[in-house]
Design a protein around this ligand. Structure first.
Ligand code: PLP
Ligand code: THR
Length: 358
């Protein structure tokens, strides 16, 4: 039995706070499928306001939020969506847009900073004159922050340029904004400005915001009306969902201000890891709460053995490849946890036990 656990697997691992549990216990609820749950309506109104969109819809997960959004925009089978080769929709959502929606993915390489080159996006747009052989491009998807590139932030200016390109070609723009609040805090730019060019966005409540469950999709009233129907089709219509929305309202109020500290702790951890022989990372590229690093050949332990060693000391991380590991900071990780984590890494890789690794 380990004396202490520091869970760095993801920002999806947070437990509801006492305030969230109290809000859940006292939530005003009604039937949300019938459109009457007051807590869901309150959350959706708040999220529409924060994101600068006409309407919002609570959904059970970010994966369902992205799936519904893509399928509303690409409501004709054989549509094509342009998205990053390292995007969550493309890698971690079971190919749902294809298997369920009949939508064809056309990937463009994600750069290290999370962007896709605008000229490569434009080159990926199908020429309508080739319709006898080509799928029809209907949507471009961005991800902000871009998780698999290390939680990198997309600027409003870049997003605007992609939005202009979409409009030029009669396409829609969806933003997977699972961590859009992290981008907003890191850039010092309001969420609504980062989403201004988007026709829709999916915003996770259950990541850095620390709510136990759920996401919200935002867009025009007509988009959300169609999304609501598709949510029901997919089995995502829930009844007294206000119990979950009440926790999310607490998360919005209490945890957005904590994101800046998450980023500072991530930077602190990254700079500490960068000093440890056998590890390599670009600490300067750590903009938010996600850190990827390499375990170098010749290190005392392989990535797999390092993860196992850390787990024996209560440090939980995510092995991303045979030679790389990801750690994610969230509001339930303290500075003391960061120092303890660094001491465990040092001991595992150098044999030196740090005294201050309390
Ligand atoms: C960038 C991104 N988008 C979407 C999702 C999907 O969210 P969920 O796990 O709630 O389905 C995740 C991870 O959870 C994510 O990291
Ligand atoms: C792995 C992925 O699905 C999840 N969104 C995470 O970042 O932990």
């Amino acid at each position: 039995m380990v004396a202490r656990t520091v869970d760095l697997r993801s920002d999806t691992v947070t437990k509801p706070t006492a305030a969230m549990r109290a809000a859940m216990a006292n939530a005003e609820v009604d039937d949300d499928v019938l459109g009457y749950d007051p807590s869901a309506l309150r959350l959706e109104t708040e999220m529409a306001k924060v994101t600068g969109k006409e309407a919002a819809l609570f959904v059970p997960s970010g994966t369902m939020g992205n799936l519904i959004s893509v399928l509303v925009h690409c409501n004709i089978r054989g549509s094509e969506v342009i998205l990053g080769n390292n995007s969550h929709i493309h890698i971690y959502e079971n190919g749902g847009i294809s298997t369920i929606g009949g939508v064809h993915p056309r990937t463009v390489k994600n750069n290290d900073d999370g962007t896709m080159d605008i000229d490569l996006i434009e080159a990926a747009i199908r020429d309508p004159r080739g319709e006898i052989v080509y799928p029809t491009t209907r949507l471009i998807c961005l991800e902000n922050t871009q998780a698999n590139c290390g939680g990198r932030c997309l600027s409003a200016e870049y997003t605007d340029k992609v939005g202009e390109l979409a409009k030029k070609h009669g396409l829609k723009l969806h933003i997977d904004g699972a961590r859009i609040f992290n981008a907003s805090i890191a850039l010092g730019v309001p969420v609504h400005r980062l989403l201004q060019a988007a026709d829709s966005a999916s915003v996770c409540l259950s990541k850095g915001l620390g709510a136990p469950v759920g996401s919200v999709i935002v867009g025009s009233k007509s988009f959300i009306a169609r999304a609501r129907i598709l949510r029901k089709t997919l089995g995502g219509g829930m009844r007294q969902v206000g119990i979950l929305c009440a926790a999310a309202l607490v998360a919005l109020r209490e945890n957005v201000p904590k994101l800046e500290d998450d980023h500072k702790k991530a930077k602190m951890l990254a700079e500490g890891l960068n000093q440890i022989k056998g590890l390599r990372l670009n600490a300067a590229a750590v903009e938010t709460n996600i850190i990827f690093f390499k375990v170098l050949e010749g290190a005392k332990l392989t990535a797999e053995k390092l993860c196992k060693n850390l787990e024996q000391h209560g440090i939980l991380v995510m092995q991303e490849s045979p030679t790389s590991i990801r750690v994610v900071i969230h509001h339930q990780i303290s500075e003391s946890d960061v120092q303890y984590t660094l001491s465990c890494f040092k001991q595992a890789l150098t044999g030196v036990k740090e005294e201050n690794g309390n």
